[in-house]
Write a protein that binds this ligand. Structure first.
Ligand SMILES: Cc1cc2nc3c(=O)[nH]c(=O)nc-3n(C[C@H](O)[C@H](O)[C@H](O)COP(=O)(O)OP(=O)(O)OC[C@H]3O[C@@H](n4cnc5c(N)ncnc54)[C@H](O)[C@@H]3O)c2cc1C
Length: 396
């Protein structure tokens, strides 16, 4: 939509082809239906939040950055607001309003929008793109922009068609891996914690050689199969290529604000004041409800033991457990649950200043189908807006 609009504004005759019955099905579900359309962080942070191939985004962010994105949407009549973490949303909290203003702008610029039309293949002659075949016939074109998305949440229409078209004309495709996605874990006790969300915890992820791969502080969630929530999902963007070769190990520090010495002193005090209390009952104030029985079980300490009988070793091991609650990450959840797709058309095959293919003349790429992915916070849509803007600008 962005590419079509910018290209039309440059005076081109533009046809936008969409296989769904309406535009922007994925935008509709973004930001839990509120659409976190960009992030007003500074330039440095903008690049830092692009996890893979941020350098490729240099020209595109220079041409159309997050601040220009906000101005652009405001100029289309979308009122925006900035929330915690510099995340930008429509004031209405309705993602449908983002789609509406884009749709109206496409009408205003006379873009011919063809819905229910599925592109089947590209027409390429002598390494020059000259048109597309669709289920409604052939369309000839001087220039073609592919912006068919990745393969996550395929029910929205992102089924990787464009990535296949690019592969068919010899573009290198980097392996498609789910990103911003929850993890499956080995430990069965996770199901007892299902639905529990923890705030202000720290997670660390290690490989089998005990190398630290990721560390973050914030909010997470237990599910029936494993771990999810903001910091866990962000972790997946960093370790998603490593987990297919080996299990990874995630530890939750349930009390990151205090040292193990301070935590031990707190336990000593608690146990001293309640000498005859049973262990299982003496530690309830430390954890949210569902977590206590799991922590007691993991401690290996008899829940019926009086706290005055808990040994020093048992207590210090319990302190260690509270600061290193262990999980074995066995795999990622699949593309049906991945917010974004890692991988896609190799950035080496695309001119970053124009988004034109280096292999096929007059063929351009934009959005998630390019091998660029980012963290949550509005950054993936920003990548789509910026690359779409550049691809559209180049067409004259
Ligand atoms: C649940 C969820 C929440 C998200 N929330 C956010 C958020 O708040 N902020 C953020 O920045 N990012 C978010 N994202 C990521 C963001 O939505 C995507 O990165 C972005 O939509 C990618 O844009 P795109 O135009 O490249 O691809 P898409 O949005 O996937 O659009 C591709 C379009 O191409 C069409 N198409 C595909 N194949 C064909 C074909 N053969 N013929 C015709 N049409 C075709 C599809 O139907 C689709 O409409 C979220 C993603 C998900 C799944």
């Amino acid at each position: 939509m962005m590419a079509a609009l910018i290209s039309a504004r440059a005076g081109n005759t533009v046809t936008l082809i969409e296989k769904n019955e309406k535009l922007g099905k994925k935008i509709y579900i973004t930001g839990k239906g509120r659409c976190n359309l960009t992030n007003t962080c500074d330039k440095d942070d903008l690049f830092k939040n692009v996890v893979h191939n941020s350098k490729f985004m240099y020209s595109a962010f220079n041409a159309f950055d997050n601040i220009k994105t906000v101005d652009f949407f405001e100029s289309l009549g979308l009122k925006t607001k900035t929330e915690r973490g510099s995340r930008v949303f429509p004031v209405s909290d309705h993602s449908s309003d983002v789609i509406k203003v884009l749709q109206q702008a496409l009408i205003d610029e006379n873009v011919d929008v063809k819905l229910n039309t599925k592109v089947l293949s590209l027409i390429v002659n002598d390494s020059i793109a000259t048109g597309i075949k669709t289920d409604k016939g052939v369309f000839k074109a001087d220039k073609i922009i592919l912006a068919t998305g990745g393969i996550s949440y395929p029910t929205t229409g992102s089924t990787g068609d464009g990535i296949r078209f690019a592969k068919d004309c010899n573009h290198d495709i980097k392996e498609l891996i789910p990103s911003l996605v929850p993890f499956n874990v080995k430990e069965e006790y996770v199901s007892e914690l299902m639905g529990l969300s923890l705030k202000n915890v720290e997670i660390s992820i290690f490989n089998s050689k005990k190398k630290l791969l990721y560390k973050n502080f914030g909010e997470m969630l237990f599910t029936h199969f494993g771990l999810s929530g903001p910091i866990v999902i962000s972790a997946s963007a960093v370790v998603n290529d490593k987990i297919k070769d080996e299990n990874l190990y995630l530890y939750i520090d349930l009390k990151p604000a205090i040292s193990k010495e301070e935590l031990d002193s707190r336990l000593i005090k608690e146990f001293d004041e309640n000498k005859n209390k049973l262990f299982a009952n003496a530690v309830t104030s430390l954890f949210p409800g569902k977590l206590t029985p799991v922590m007691v079980k993991l401690s290996g300490i008899d829940p019926q033991k009086k706290v005055c009988e808990v040994t020093k070793k048992e207590r210090t091991d319990f302190v260690y457990l509270i600061k290193h609650m262990p999980f074995t990450l066995t795999s990622l959840r699949d593309f049906n649950e991945a917010i974004v797709t890692r991988g896609g058309v190799s950035v080496k095959d695309i001119n970053p200043k124009t988004m034109e293919s280096k292999k096929i003349k007059n063929l351009f790429f934009a959005g998630e189908m390019i091998d660029v992915d980012a963290f949550t916070g509005g950054f993936n849509l920003q990548v789509a807006w910026s690359t779409g803007y550049v691809a559209g600008s180049e067409i004259e």
